[in-house]
Design a protein around this ligand. Structure first.
Ligand code: BGC
Length: 706
């Protein structure tokens, strides 16, 4: 009923619109509350009043969104409400762990709850549309945007996509699957560079999370800044048109990335705004985010016969349909409440829990953790020790440093009987000396090192993703004291610090843990939380190993120790410092071999596989069991490992359990060299284990019969 009347209303509006008003619905202007690209000053109010804009970026808050909405609804000719969009990537006001961190919780329920909180907070602040989830598969730590997404694995990313879309949209706002597609393969990890991708890696690695988002009902999609094979994604008729809209049936809104339609000129595929507009529209891009091409070039493109009125109408219809789906045509003021989104006890508790579940115990060379009983004194050293802003990380929405708990604050609260002294230890000798004095006097030493929030995210590629020089100097000086040192790494990417792993007693990857980061870390240090998170990306020894992921194919000369003429480096191992899925616990879990319920299976069937698990350690904890497979002989070479499922299991000390997986045999199929999907008969190896470290996996063999 509502649908039908909505569709009729949209057609009435379309019929009443002038050509300029139609184009206006396809234009998104930016406010100046957040800077996410080269700024462009706009006379936003006047343009809204004249019906020259249908959506607004980077304006939030009850009063501001309402004031601008009032101009659209009371002063523009057709009174069409505006869509307010903003990047709610890992939180709006309450900041949750960065996606690369939260992915490591391997917990769809958690991902959904944090997205629902983010969506609800954004909606309370007047936002109807979030530019999340970011679903770019990232395998190169040089690329700063690795922090925004779910890591290296397509199956994991697809689970993440589903949970995030459902969570955000459960709050009544629209989610955006971005950046479609292949942006994470940016050449040499440099942002905005071209992507070199084979059709197979596109299909098997980069597209799956987007497909999952579409299946979960995502209401919008954003093409990537990048280009593949010379075709910018913003103008990619095959990927946007044939695959996304055609093969997958996506009927929602495609919004360009920030000024990406204009950038078709810089890419060298359009001569002017009219050509750029025509290319994007023909590929199915409905909204021009902040660019000038639709506003200045679309009418001209129509006059030159590069686009048709029907193409423009189709895009306007999709935009109006989105506004209708969000309830804006019925109630333009339905988003936003006075007071906006203020963190409360429940949002803080969720942020603390999510952060604890995202902290990875990378190494534990000496048994120093947990700090239980608490030490009498503790030196907390490093530039990340007292900084709350850096715990929020990049893309922190409306997250406010003064509402975030720094490491120093969180640790002081949890270790309330410990004498804590904090010093940055950088940038100069004086600071270093002060830090060393604190270290010498303290019973426990904790170093808080890593990246500031500006060092990852968009436009934050690093060719040398180690520690900044002054931090390295501090760390080396403290380690030279020959005392056990616990290191907390704050970062948006793996950091290549092999020397640190060799000498620190224990290292925890905090990533950017969010508003409650300080409390969450303190919970882990104190043993109130037993670390359970895993790496969603391989953590290399050195940048020279990038790009790196666990799912490589064997090649004709797979590495063989002692044989130079096999695939290897002369100066580094092939394996990363820590594999995908790695993460230690204060307990010890033992996993048995996978037990398939039968050996012979057929396409279309399901197979139960069980894996016994036991907690041999002294504490209750949660572990994760990974199920991989390998097809050793197929018509095309298949990866050495492919992730099929992950189960979380919480066990008391000494307890055992049996984890049960349900594997759809069709997932073992692949696209043949003829481009056709098939499930080939033959042997399949199943592997269960704690990570993608092949030396730790236990095997079972099944056979697909025709
Ligand atoms: C980013 C997008 C983001 C947009 C709006 C761009 O620079 O690439 O991910 O959604 O800005 O802030």
């Amino acid at each position: 009923m509502a649908e039908a009347s909505g569709a009729a209303r949209i057609e009435r509006l379309l019929a009443a619109m002038t050509p300029a008003e139609r184009i206006g619905q396809l234009v998104m202007l930016t406010g100046d509350m957040a800077v996410t690209g080269p700024g462009i000053a706009e006379d936003a109010v006047g343009r809204v009043r004249r019906g020259e804009a249908g959506a607004i970026l980077n304006v939030w808050g009850y009063a501001r969104t309402r004031a601008l909405q009032r101009v659209a609804v009371e002063e523009s000719r057709l009174r069409i409400p505006l869509l307010f969009g903003f990047d709610a990537i890992h939180g709006h006001r309450t900041i949750l762990p960065a996606p690369i961190a939260e992915a490591g919780a391997f917990d769809p329920g958690l991902w959904q709850r944090t997205a629902a909180l983010t969506g609800a907070e954004a909606a309370r602040d007047g936002i109807a549309w979030s530019f999340a989830p970011m679903l770019d598969i990232a395998r190169d730590l040089r690329w700063g945007r690795m922090v925004e997404g779910p890591g290296e694995d397509p199956w994991l990313a697809a689970q993440f996509a589903r949970a995030k879309v459902e969570g955000l949209q459960s709050a009544g706002i629209a989610a955006t699957a971005k950046h479609f597609v292949g942006y994470g393969a940016s050449r040499a990890g440099r942002d905005y560079a071209q992507s070199e991708l084979s059709p197979r890696s596109l299909e098997e690695v980069h597209l799956p999370p987007f497909r999952a988002a579409v299946e979960a009902g995502v209401l919008s999609v954003m093409p990537a800044f990048t280009e593949i094979d010379g075709v910018p994604l913003t103008a990619h008729r095959v990927l946007l048109g044939d695959v996304l809209r055609g093969r997958w049936g996506f009927a929602g809104v495609i919004v360009s990335d920030y000024t990406a339609i204009d950038e078709l000129i810089a890419h060298g595929v359009a001569a002017d705004h009219a050509e750029a507009a025509a290319l994007a529209l023909a590929a199915g891009v409905d909204i021009d985010m902040v660019g000038r091409s639709y506003a200045l070039g679309l009418a001209e493109a129509l006059a030159r016969g590069l686009v048709t009125e029907a193409m423009i109408e189709a895009s306007v219809r999709r935009v109006l349909t989105l506004k209708d789906r969000l309830g804006l045509l019925d109630d333009p003021y339905r988003f936003g409440v006075p007071g906006g989104a203020v963190p409360d006890a429940a949002s803080r508790a969720l942020a603390r829990d999510a952060a604890r579940r995202s902290i990875v115990l990378l190494s534990h060379r000496l048994p120093v953790l947990p700090l239980d009983p608490p030490p009498a004194s503790l030196a907390l050293l490093g530039p990340l020790a007292a900084s709350a802003a850096d715990l929020l990380g990049p893309w922190a929405g409306d997250g406010r440093p003064d509402e975030a708990v720094s490491l120093a604050e969180g640790i002081a609260r949890v270790f309330d009987a410990t004498e804590i002294r904090t010093a940055p230890g950088v940038p100069d000798e004086t600071a270093l000396d002060a830090a060393l004095r604190f270290a010498q006097d303290a019973e426990a030493i904790v170093l808080a090192l890593g990246e500031s929030r500006e060092m990852s995210g968009e436009a934050a590629s690093r060719a040398r993703p180690g520690l900044p020089a002054d931090q390295e100097r501090l760390a080396r000086a403290v380690l030279a004291l020959e005392r056990p040192v616990v290191v907390l790494l704050v970062a948006g990417r793996p950091l290549t610090v092999p020397w640190l792993f060799e000498r620190a007693a224990a290292v925890l990857a905090l990533w950017h843990p969010g508003s409650e980061g300080g409390h969450a870390v303190a919970d882990v240090l104190a043993g109130r939380w037993n670390p359970s998170a895993r790496l969603a990306v391989s953590w290399p020894h050195d940048v020279g190993q990038a790009p790196i992921s666990y799912d490589e194919r064997p090649g004709g000369r797979p590495f063989a120790p002692g044989n130079r003429y096999t695939s290897r480096y002369l100066d580094l191992p092939n394996a990363p410092q820590f594999p995908f899925g790695h993460g230690l616990s204060y307990s010890r879990f033992e996993l048995g071999a996978p037990v398939p319920e039968r050996r012979r299976v057929r396409a279309g069937e399901r197979l139960a596989v069980t894996v016994p698990v036991e907690n041999h350690g002294p504490r209750a904890g949660e572990t994760k069991v990974f199920l991989f497979s390998r097809d050793p002989v197929a018509s095309v070479s298949r990866p050495l490992l492919e992730l099929r499922a992950v189960e979380r299991v919480a066990l008391a000390a000494g307890a055992r359990a049996t984890v049960r997986f349900e594997l759809a045999i069709d997932r073992l199929g692949f696209i043949g060299s003829d481009g056709v999907f098939r499930v080939e008969p033959g042997e399949i190896r199943l592997y269960a284990g704690p990570s993608a470290d092949r030396s730790l996996l236990r095997e079972a063999v099944i056979e697909i019969v025709a």
